[in-house]
Write a protein that binds this ligand. Structure first.
Ligand code: 5GP
Length: 289
């Protein structure tokens, strides 16, 4: 009798949590944080799937797809989330929260700029950093050595293989990949999250494997593919840069061919004819005036 009374009370308390989320009085991330702090609380005993179903516009099909891409079983309760599942779920919920239901309200956006090697992603993102201060550019970590003129903490965080391994193990990356079969590159998760919490739009300039990972873990991210005006122009830019050996150039061209074939997976395509025009087009997708 007492046990069934307690079960009814617990169900009611969970229903109250869900209603608060549906009414917009509580954020989903707030519920997750409360549930992680106390697994026995109403928030902690709430199933993640039920929480997702409280989000406006998220039906069972999309909720199940999201759970699958997050690697969370449909029966999992918030308080029982694993160490690697927790940040993934919070990132996902925050990217959903960035969406606005009103047409004219500003939304924070995560925009991924990818494209073949040497297409000028770096030049476009540098131009954006220098000319659009409202856009936060994510600084990646990499195991490759700095090129002349590159500054640690600005161009990249240059880290050792051991440090990169540690960052993977600690779940510090939103995504990471081995690029050109050589060095590893990854996007640190927390600066992206902090910027979005502050209402800033964030730009990631990463490779295509990384873009696919972001799409899987944050389906609300906007994926932009930067295209060269022509293939010949891409080859000219790659050779013209003169920073890579002939062997390295050949390797990068081979990668670029495969990468160009992925353009249809992206939400938007931008041709990099003039840097300032391409930058403007990318920034226009970020909902910043
Ligand atoms: P580079 O060595 O020329 O600076 O960069 C090589 C490639 O790594 C570029 O295609 C660049 O977009 C990609 N890259 C840079 N940072 C990241 C990152 O954090 N994650 C992934 N997946 N790729 C990155």
């Amino acid at each position: 009798m007492a046990a069934s009374k307690a079960a009814v009370a617990a169900r009611r308390a969970r229903a109250a949590v869900k209603n608060a989320v549906i009414a917009g009085e509580r954020s989903t991330t707030d519920v997750v944080r409360a549930g992680l702090a106390d697994a026995a609380s109403p928030e902690g005993t709430l199933r993640v799937r039920e929480l997702l179903l409280c989000i406006p516009g998220l039906g069972p099909v999309r909720a199940d797809r999201a759970l699958e891409s997050l690697g969370i079983s449909p029966s999992k309760r918030v308080g029982g989330l694993g160490r690697h599942q927790q940040p993934k779920l919070i990132d996902y919920l925050e990217s959903r929260a960035g969406r606005s239901t009103a047409d004219d309200a500003p939304t924070t956006r995560l925009v991924v700029l990818a494209g073949p090697t040497a297409v000028g992603k770096g030049t476009v993102s540098t131009y954006i950093r220098e000319n659009y201060p409202d856009v936060r550019l994510s600084v990646s970590a990499t195991t490759r050595a700095p090129r002349p003129g590159e500054i640690d903490g600005v161009s990249y965080y240059f880290v050792t293989d051991d440090e990169f391994d540690r960052m993977i193990a600690e779940g510090e990356f939103l995504e990471w990949a081995t690029v050109h079969n050589q060095s590893r590159y990854g996007t640190p998760r927390s600066p992206v999250r902090e910027a979005m919490n502050e209402g800033k739009s964030v730009l990631l300039e990463i490779d295509i494997q990384g873009a696919r990972q972001v799409r899987a873990s944050m389906p609300e991210a906007v994926l932009v593919f930067l295209l060269p005006p022509t293939w010949e122009e891409l080859v000219r830019r790659l050779i013209g840069r003169g920073t890579e050996s002939a062997e390295e150039q050949a390797r990068r061209l081979a990668t670029a061919k495969v990468e160009l074939a992925a353009q249809n997976e992206f939400d938007h395509r931008v041709v990099n004819n003039k840097v300032e025009d391409a930058a403007r087009e990318v920034v226009d997708l970020m909902n910043i005036s």
